[in-house]
Design a protein around this ligand. Sequence first.
Ligand code: NAD
Length: 473
Amino acid sequence: MTRKHGRLGVLLPGMGAVTSTFIAGVELCKKRLGRPIGSLTQMQTIRLGKRYESRAPLIKDFVPIAALDDLHFGGWDLFPDSICEAARKCGVLSAEQIEPVARELAAIRPMTAVFDPSYLRNLKASHAKKYRSKWEAAKLVMSDIAEFKKKAKADRLVMLWCGSTEILPKPSPAHRSVTAFEKGLKDNDPQIPPSMIYAYAAIRMGIPYGNGAPNLSADVPAMVELAERTGSPIAGKDFKTGQTLMKTTIAPMLKARMLALRGWYSTNILGNRDGEVLDDPGSFKTKEISKTSVLDTILEPETYPALYGKYHHKVRIDYYPPRGDAKEGWDSIDIAGWLDMPMQIKINFLCRDSILAAPICLDLVLFLDLAKRAGLKGIQEWLSFYFKSPQCRPDLKPENDIFIQHLKLKNTLRLLLGEEVIDHSGLDYYDPVRGTPKSAPAPRSCSRPASLARACRLHHGKAACSTRNPCRR
Ligand SMILES: NC(=O)c1ccc[n+]([C@@H]2O[C@H](COP(=O)([O-])OP(=O)(O)OC[C@H]3O[C@@H](n4cnc5c(N)ncnc54)[C@H](O)[C@@H]3O)[C@@H](O)[C@H]2O)c1
């Protein structure tokens, strides 16, 4: 793995509520004026080896991720507000919270955006680029990126889409291959939305790309092909924050206990700009697809038709300005138990949308950069934990169960650093023949897939190797 030292430039298309809360939070944490609650990279530990070894370092001490002090921010928006103005307008953080970092936030001003009103009907851009073709727009974004890298003196870059939810494009031949996509850019194919232009620019330059909205952006064959070719890790789609976080936590419990589901009614009110955008039926449709698919992939109605074959699932989002970013979600869940006895679960989640999204942004930026340095490229399924609609190989079902996603993430970190994958069966603690005696070291065979061999070799090149599970490749 290449060094973590040096400046990491973080490029954010869309500098509204989520982005300003994320950046303000990082700046406050740098000054020790805030705590990064909700961030695995900053606060969670990872168990290594056997339980009796008592090895559980913080993730940030275990994996060589960038330090907060090394992050430098830039991005684009349809409006010219600095991050300080954006933070004040969106009203997530109080004036007292913004004040100590106001100077740093005021210095971050968005670059002009790539805008197409046919993909975003409820906003009118006042800070957009002028271009004749989408190809030209992509070139302009690439020169913005190069300019930012120079000015910020960044050694590495990461891009994370935090822009609005676009209306979904129709399937187009332009999405199928890099060659067709580049032709589509030159021909101004109407099925190429702005988010795909940013994604193309980043991936073309070998920059890792994450997508916090349900927009297709990098989730088409052309972008996957390009990412493989340029060695760019990609991950998406749609940050898993409020209601879907609840859904992907409760649904695995119902399935684990074989409790039946009759219906799940979810409704939300929110009053921020995201809510205003989602008030347009086109943008809502994109979000609805992302929100509704999770239950089916967790409950597997095809395997359990008697329990999950006929449940009714309804998702609503209503724009209600008085609430601003303080979203309120209600879930009314109709379940059935022993002898079909009906029961109900009610959830009333009064959450702060951007407060839940900001730590996800931080973790994604740090892990995507880590993935790039570890030589991983293309779809990063191990980051599914952070998304409502995780991108995965098209012939596979996405993994939505939050507990499996969490294991997947932590085991990938263990693999990357040459540690034993933990299967949690616990059998070997009780097996007198094959079991690991209390005093013996952990098994020393390497289970690392070939794709991680490069990271592994680099890790083992280090003088002080803490690995208990050395790689023999
Ligand atoms: N807040 C959450 O918890 C959460 C959860 C999941 C997903 N998301 C998604 O994250 C995104 C950001 O959410 P938010 O609350 O910050 O919204 P927001 O409306 O406050 O900010 C989005 C910003 O993107 C800008 N934008 C739109 N199109 C752009 C373009 N083509 N180029 C550059 N900028 C563009 C808008 O001007 C706006 O300032 C949305 O797509 C939202 O659906 C948010």
